[in-house]
Design a protein around this ligand. Structure first.
Ligand code: AMP
Length: 467
């Protein structure tokens, strides 16, 4: 951590707080602490660029504890993107707040709701929560936010990338406008700026350093395809790019359907999650994806939001997201840590045209017009590139890759019980109970096992989203 030349005792903190800081072993303030603490103490809204490890948590905890140490009531709310970050932030508030009698309640997914409800009922001074979990408590009437005087968005970019925009709006609407708002974010995307404009009042900016990671590079491609051709494109991408992949779909049945199609095509390194699966099965699927057992995870926006995965090599929008903002959140899963990410979107001409325009508008780029519905596929099957099999080593092989799943020739269905990602039989939708679009003809192996002859392939790729 880069430290400022400023000594702690020049930041206007009380002797008691300086004592706590000394106990924590912080010899001198970090850069973000030296700049943000005086502004926060003076009561300004502060918008700070800060990476994890910059000391950002103490940068807001120390001055906020100072400000509220003699007040009784639930005045402070900190929103965190993940359980782990919420727990860490809760611990820092506890360390600096407890000596001044401040109590903290941490509300995170996966913990016991009644226990959290009790903690909320005990009038904590500080609530640290993930947005989704806090909304659960709000809906149940377990908490009111009328008294909040200080709202903190920690890792705002990550919260938005995880798709928490709606929950954040719901929460922010319930907090009095007369408040101090602090926002810490490693990157400043359009979505972060939009949130800052909506939630903050003339914020003072604290900019520490722009690292590579502040401008993620994502190569974005649009494929105009019919529904029938999506699987073929997906398999082609899987062969081209051997890294980890997040495949987004618009409905929970679709998650199963796409997994089934891939599975029938002989691709057995995919798993999926949807909200009808038991929590345990979902957690297992995510853990196995994270551990590298599976290379691909198929999920809806709602489910995808809860998956704390730092980076994937490729995001595929198998379905164009309904909300343009979801596009930004989905693709935010790739291109982290200064690496180039890839995002591919499958759009159906005549159906997704408007959504594609809306995404282009949100990103400030002009989206191309869709081809005539019938011409999209005919272009795909004219002339062009031979099937690409057994390619050389990948240029972008960042994610863990289980052996043997790359460059496979599509195969017919394998015997039951051969693929472990499936949840137990009783938890799976039975074919005869499956929704219409999961009917047998949609999963015919013959249809998906055809060699991928990429005729006119380059033609139909439009990298209109290029930054
Ligand atoms: P953060 O960026 O908030 O995740 O903090 C990263 C780590 O830096 C944590 O382990 C903090 O305890 C530690 N830390 C925060 N401020 C200081 C400081 N001024 N001097 C030394 N370590 C610090």
């Amino acid at each position: 951590m880069e430290n400022a030349d400023t000594p702690w005792n020049s930041l206007g903190l009380s002797p008691e707080m300086l004592e706590q800081i000394e106990k924590a072993g912080y010899k001198s303030p970090s850069l973000v602490q030296a700049q943000a603490i005086p502004l926060i103490r003076e009561g300004f809204d502060v918008l700070a660029s800060s990476q994890t490890g910059s000391g950002k948590t103490a940068a807001f905890v120390i001055p906020i504890v100072e400000k509220f140490k003699n007040k009784n009531g639930t005045y402070i709310l900190a929103l965190s993107p993940t359980r782990e970050i919420a727990q860490q932030t809760g611990a820092v508030f506890e360390a600096f707040g407890a000596p001044f009698g401040l109590k903290v309640a941490v509300c995170i997914g996966g913990a016991s709701l009644p226990v959290e409800k009790e903690a909320l009922a005990s009038s904590p001074h500080i609530i640290v929560a993930t947005p989704g979990r806090l909304c659960d408590h709000l809906e149940r009437g377990n908490v009111w936010l009328d008294f909040i005087q200080c709202l903190i968005f920690d890792e705002a970019d990550r919260m938005l990338e995880m798709g928490f925009a709606k929950q954040i709006d719901t929460i922010t609407e319930q907090i009095p406008k007369e408040r101090q708002t602090l926002m810490f974010s490693a990157t400043f995307s359009t979505a972060v700026e939009k949130l800052a404009r909506a939630a903050m009042n003339k914020p003072k900016e604290v900019v520490i350093a722009k690292s590579e990671t502040t401008t993620p590079k994502i190569e974005q491609k649009l494929f105009w395809v019919s529904e029938d051709r999506k699987l073929r494109e997906l398999i082609h991408i899987l062969r081209q790019d051997p890294g980890t992949m997040f495949v987004f779909v618009n409905a929970k049945e679709r998650a199963y359907q796409v997994w089934r199609l891939l599975s029938n095509a002989g691709f057995d390194s995919a798993t999926y999650i949807h909200s009808d699966l038991p929590q345990e099965a979902r957690e297992q699927a995510v853990a196995e994806f994270k551990s590298g057992k599976y290379r691909v995870i198929i999920a809806t926006d709602v489910m995808g939001r809860g998956i704390d995965v730092d980076d994937v090599a490729h995001v595929v929008n198998y379905d164009v997201p309904r909300e343009p903002e979801d596009y930004i959140h989905r693709i935010g899963r790739t291109g982290r840590r200064g690496l180039t990410g890839h995002a591919s979107t499958f759009a159906i001409p005549g159906k997704d045209d408007r959504s594609i325009k809306a995404i282009g508008k949100l990103r400030g780029v002009e989206a191309p017009d869709a081809p005539e519905p019938q011409s999209a596929d005919s272009r795909n099957s004219r002339g062009g590139r031979p099937p690409q099999r057994n390619q050389g080593p990948a240029q972008n092989s960042r994610g863990p890759r289980p052996d043997g799943d790359r460059n496979q020739k599509p195969r017919g269905p394998r015997p039951e019980g051969d693929r472990s990602p499936r949840p137990p039989r009783e938890q799976r939708p039975r074919q005869d109970h499956a929704p219409k679009h999961v009917q047998p003809q949609a999963t015919k192996p013959a249809e998906v096992a055809m060699p991928v002859k990429k005729a006119g392939f380059l033609d139909k790729i439009k990298s209109f989203f290029k930054r």
